[in-house]
Design a protein around this ligand. Structure first.
Ligand code: ADP
Ligand code: MG
Length: 697
């Protein structure tokens, strides 16, 4: 029996109309969909609360008592029905805004009821709006420890398809299955991972008999979900590695060595050495490299990029480095040109503002191989940019680029170039394993020596005077200061007004110093001029929107002041902070917020002031916001819709599922063994219809 093809409309209690509603609202079509629609929480109805115990922090609770009397207040749309409900310890108001007649007909003062709902404080009294009410005798759920709650939509509720009614559809369905629902995980795997059998698990998750068996059932489904996700991702990666050829860079040649021996301005950190080694190994395999390099801001990714590009050039290939903004591309160009000076590498810069004539010269140089190393922005992936022999493409600050853009890079040669994606937005392990599961991952987990940890300080708006005194002191010591303003998309003009007002304000406060200002709407030439003043030190203060977020490197800048810090996400704050702390001096990051802040803001600020570790911050961000919102995930292009597993919380399950998937694929990459037939079938059922993302890094 194939339950993924069996329409729910034939089920008892469903019918065509409800089936349509379930389709539309929850995307539930088949019996399988319905069975895999799990409760999102369970409420403990084993105990009754006493009304006098009720306080503001309570979730859904259950009380037992009698309605003393009904009354109504308000007129027309504001009309409300209120029942004074008492259990002998105290009274509470039950409130209805609609269905008044229905309620007064159905329930009678004096009779005993069980009332279920969430108490909220209204004025000085608690009430429960639109509670569920049951008579004590008819109440089948009464005394039941764990009652499931299913997410439902407003539409469903108004058609009386409530959580409770869903439960009433699912229970008879489970009965009718007679514990013969086909298992979706091979027996050997279930044994090994100690997973509950599917029929028992379905029963337990929809109708638990104890918290322990519920947990086992949930574990089984979390495992199942994450396991198939990983199996899918890993298999694609394994198959791609088998299929797709890569350039072989056999030698580490003259350029690399002469740079290493003569030009390298410092000793590489151990982490940098390790990563270079990992990449050199990739270059020798004959397979195309697809690697993600994660490293906190300031960890020295650019140098790694440079050295592996030299290996590509040593082997007769060209290399490209793509950056998300013009400022960053230009800065890379300048840094790398200086580092490579006199070594005989021909470097070019291609951005949106490269003049037509210059552009044509570059195009020619790329086609005939004169240019060895191209640095640029999006301009670099335009169709007319053709290389003679592109061997390695590096994408800096990956999260700014979408999948489609990476795919275009891919198409710039007959054999795909090796691809390295570098990101300073560390992605928590669980996310990396899911969204970039088919990329190999390298991590630079060590900062170059001699850096003093940045001190992060929270300052309220009202404490500005003191703040400005401290900043003046820093400038007097010869340091420079960034001041960043938030940009809200909806009202860009207003923001620039904020920035410009800020500019006037700062000039007034610091009349004896030079202040630069840059923002995204400026002409490139003007931006460059303003930036240059700051880089060379003739301006002491730089006001900016978040355009300076990525990459900009001014070691003498030791203060990062962020205005309206409550408007920024954690990872963005961390990125901004990474602009300072690059020199030998003590650096500061100052987060300015309004005088009253929300609980959530307070938490974010606390994370920022307590750690400098990008991975810790990324984990905290994941926990606070959930994976959907995290930077770097939306654009991964991999459609992932988790039913039960939670990437923020189920990291261990994910790791375990991934390990097992890896083992299985190592023995049988095509899943062609008879013992893996079920896995093959499930993968096909679950992911068969998707777009082929396997080709894309
Ligand atoms: P990011 O990883 O943020 O791109 P960068 O590559 O811009 O970091 O490096 C930040 C700074 O650290 C640069 O000024 C760079 O020259 C310096 N740097 C990189 N590697 C080392 C090292 N091994 N020792 C000392 N300084 C280094
Ligand atoms: Mg960088």
């Amino acid at each position: 029996m194939d339950y993924s093809g069996r329409d729910i409309k034939y089920l008892k209690g469903v019918g065509p109309q409800r089936a349509l509603l379930l389709n539309k609202e929850l995307n539930i079509r088949s019996v399988e969909d319905l069975l895999y629609y799990f409760p999102y929480k369970y409420v403990d109805r084993s105990r009754f609360y006493r009304i006098k115990e009720i306080n503001g922090q309570m979730p859904y609770i259950q009380i037992r008592g009698r309605i003393e009397y009904f009354s109504t207040t308000g007129e027309g749309r504001n009309k409300r029905l209120i029942a004074e409900f008492s259990d002998g310890t105290d009274t509470i108001e039950l409130v209805w805004f609609k269905g008044i007649k229905f309620i007064t007909n159905k329930y009678r003062p004096g009779e005993e009821y069980i009332v279920f709902g969430k108490p909220t404080l209204f004025g000085s009294h608690y009430n429960i709006a639109h509670p569920e009410i049951e008579t004590v005798t008819e109440n089948s759920l009464y005394g039941k420890a764990l009652q499931p709650s299913y997410n439902t939509t407003e539409r469903m509720k108004s058609s009386f398809l409530t959580s409770k009614n869903l439960h009433k559809i699912i229970l008879p369905l489970l009965e009718s299955l007679n514990r013969e629902y086909p298992e979706t995980l091979p027996m050997a795997l279930r044994k090994k991972a100690n997973l509950m059998e599917i029929n028992e698990a379905l029963w337990q998750i929809h109708n638990p008999t104890s918290p322990v068996s519920l947990r086992e059932a949930q574990y089984r489904f979390k495992f199942e979900e994450l396991f198939y996700l990983q199996l899918n991702i890993l298999q694609r990666s394994v198959l791609r590695k088998e299929k797709i050829q890569g350039h072989v860079f056999t030698k580490v040649g003259n350029l690399f060595y002469s740079f290493y021996e003569k030009k390298l301005p410092f000793e590489l950190t151990n982490a940098q050495k390790r990563v270079i080694k990992e990449i050199r190994n990739d270059f020798r395999t004959g397979k195309q490299m697809n690697r993600l390099l994660q490293g906190d801001v300031g960890s020295g990714k650019t140098l790694v990029a440079l050295m592996i590009m030299l290996i590509a050039i040593d082997n007769g290939f060209q290399a490209a480095l793509m950056a998300p903004t013009e400022i960053l591309a230009t800065q890379h160009f300048e840094t790398l040109s200086t580092l490579l000076d006199g070594i005989g590498v021909n470097v070019a810069l291609l951005t949106g503002s490269t003049k037509k004539k210059e552009r044509e010269i570059i195009h020619t140089g790329l086609r005939n191989g004169d240019i060895h190393l191209l640095i640029g922005t999006h301009a670099l992936i335009e169709d007319e940019v053709l290389f003679q022999h592109l061997g390695l493409a590096i994408i800096d600050e990956q999260h700014r680029f979408g999948v489609a853009q990476r795919a275009r890079l891919w198409n710039k040669g007959t054999v795909a170039p090796h691809v390295l994606v570098m990101t300073a937005t560390p992605i928590p392990r669980t996310l990396a394993m899911t969204f970039y599961g088919d990329l190999d991952v390298s991590v630079i987990d060590e900062l170059p020596p001699g850096r003093k940890p940045i001190q992060t300080i929270h300052v309220f708006d009202g404490q500005r005077a003191g703040l400005y005194r401290s900043i003046r002191k820093q400038i007097e010591l010869g340091r420079q200061v960034y001041i960043v303003y938030p940009l809200i998309k909806e009202s860009e003009n207003l923001d620039y007004k904020n920035l410009e007002d800020g500019f006037e304000h700062i000039k007034e406060i610091f009349p004896d110093y030079q202040v630069s200002m840059i923002h995204g709407k400026m002409k490139p030439a003007e931006k460059e001029l303003q930036m240059a003043r700051f880089v060379e030190g003739s301006a002491q203060i730089l006001l900016a929107t978040t355009v300076i977020e990525v990459g900009v490197n001014v070691p003498n800048a030791s203060v990062m002041l962020i205005e309206n810090a409550e408007r920024f996400g954690l990872s963005q704050l961390h990125q901004l902070r990474g602009r300072v702390g690059r020199g030998a001096e003590q650096s500061y990051c100052i987060l300015v917020t309004s005088d009253s802040i929300s609980e959530e803001t307070r938490k974010r600020i606390e994370v920022m002031t307590s750690t400098n570790d990008g991975f810790e911050i990324a984990e905290a961000d994941l926990k606070m916001r959930g994976p959907g919102d995290l930077e770097g995930t939306q654009q991964s292009g991999i459609p992932i819709n988790l039913h039960i597993a939670n990437l923020a919380k189920d990291g261990q399950v994910l790791q375990y599922a991934r390990d097992i998937a890896t083992e299985i694929l190592a023995a049988d990459p095509q899943l062609s063994l008879q013992s893996n037939a079920l896995l093959r079938k499930r993968l096909n059922d679950l992911f068969g219809k998707e777009v082929e993302w396997g080709q894309i890094s």
